[in-house]
Write a protein of this length. Structure first.
Length: 313
């Protein structure tokens, strides 16, 4: 049917609604293994130029994995991009079929770049990293409760804290084992951890949540993570430059690593000091340091070179 067809898939827990542009054909499939097989067979006959799904908290992973394994050009995008696109089209009505066609129109108009899909090992590491963050958040919550808790429940909270700490230790070991058993990850880990301020948490997060690191230029990788400031100017008005979008899960761990780097990494520390002397607000200086650290790590992986402060500075 040619190479001019674009597919949008609206994903829910039980159903996959598939829309095709420009034919505006809509079809439904169950969101399970059998439904994904039917979807792959159907789209293989259609031969679309691009297939786009929204990120929906993991519900899209099975179908996206099947499509990618079948060699179909598949992209997972931020749902906010599609919502903004729908508003620009004036699409106020909302049904699953309408959403699928809007995603297909987004695919046709924007044509987001197809990137390599995560394999099973990467998905497993991602699950471990996500679980560690969940455990860490629960630990912080319990520690905060303990400070003001009644003595009657303090023992229960303390027991919960001990259990959470042990679970975090076990998860850290699982993450370390996963990286050690993968030759590519192990080599990348050696490169990344050679930088002062970069620890095992950031390393694991970068490996599974930012597989593009080392393959893009510094501007693209900064924009992908969301540490690239954008202009907000209009006429004579000159607004403050702000970061927007990107991968918040990476930014959160990168932020903590950057705080450590501003104290112990000589290059980042010097850069941070220059920004403060220039009168930059603390948060602006930290974000600038985040971007610098990210671009350094990106360049190191691209050239397969360990940390060399002389070359960086």
């Amino acid at each position: 049917m040619g190479k001019s067809l674009f597919v949008g898939i609206d994903v829910s827990k039980a159903i996959l609604d598939v829309g095709i542009i420009p034919t505006e054909e809509v079809k439904r499939f169950p969101n399970d293994s059998d439904g994904c097989k039917e979807l792959v067979l159907w789209l293989s006959k259609v031969e679309p130029e691009l297939i786009v799904l929204e990120s929906t908290g993991g519900l899209e992973m099975q179908s996206a994995g099947c499509l990618t394994s079948a060699g179909l050009p598949t992209v997972i995008v931020n749902p906010r991009q599609v919502r903004n696109f729908a508003k620009a089209l004036g699409k106020l009505a909302k049904t699953d079929a309408i959403d699928a066609l809007v995603i297909a129109r987004f695919a046709q108009a924007v044509q987001p770049e197809v990137r390599p899909f995560n394999d099973e090992q990467t998905l497993e590491l991602k699950a471990l990293v996500t679980r560690r963050k969940q455990l860490s958040d629960m630990l912080v919550a319990e520690q905060n409760r303990l400070k003001s808790a009644h003595k009657r429940v303090k023992k229960s909270i303390s027991t919960s804290i001990d259990w959470l700490k042990s679970q975090i230790d076990d998860t850290d070991k699982d993450i370390s084992d996963s990286i050690s058993n993968n030759d590519i990850w192990r080599d990348k880990e050696e490169i990344l951890t050679s930088v002062k301020g970069v620890g095992p948490v950031l390393t694991a997060s970068l490996l599974c949540l930012l597989p593009e690191l080392g393959t893009l230029n510094r501007k693209k990788i900064s924009a992908l993570v969301g540490v690239c400031p954008y202009n907000r100017d209009s006429g004579y008005f000159r607004g403050k430059r702000c970061i927007s979008g990107g991968r918040a899960d990476i930014r959160s761990v990168l932020y903590m690593a950057t705080l450590a780097a501003t104290r112990y990494n000589p290059v980042i520390k010097t850069f941070f000091g220059r920004l403060k002397e220039a009168g930059k607000p603390p948060k602006v200086a930290i974000v600038a340091c985040m971007r610098k650290l990210l671009t350094i790590l990106n360049a190191m992986l691209k050239t397969s070179q360990k940390w060399n402060p002389v070359m960086v500075s």
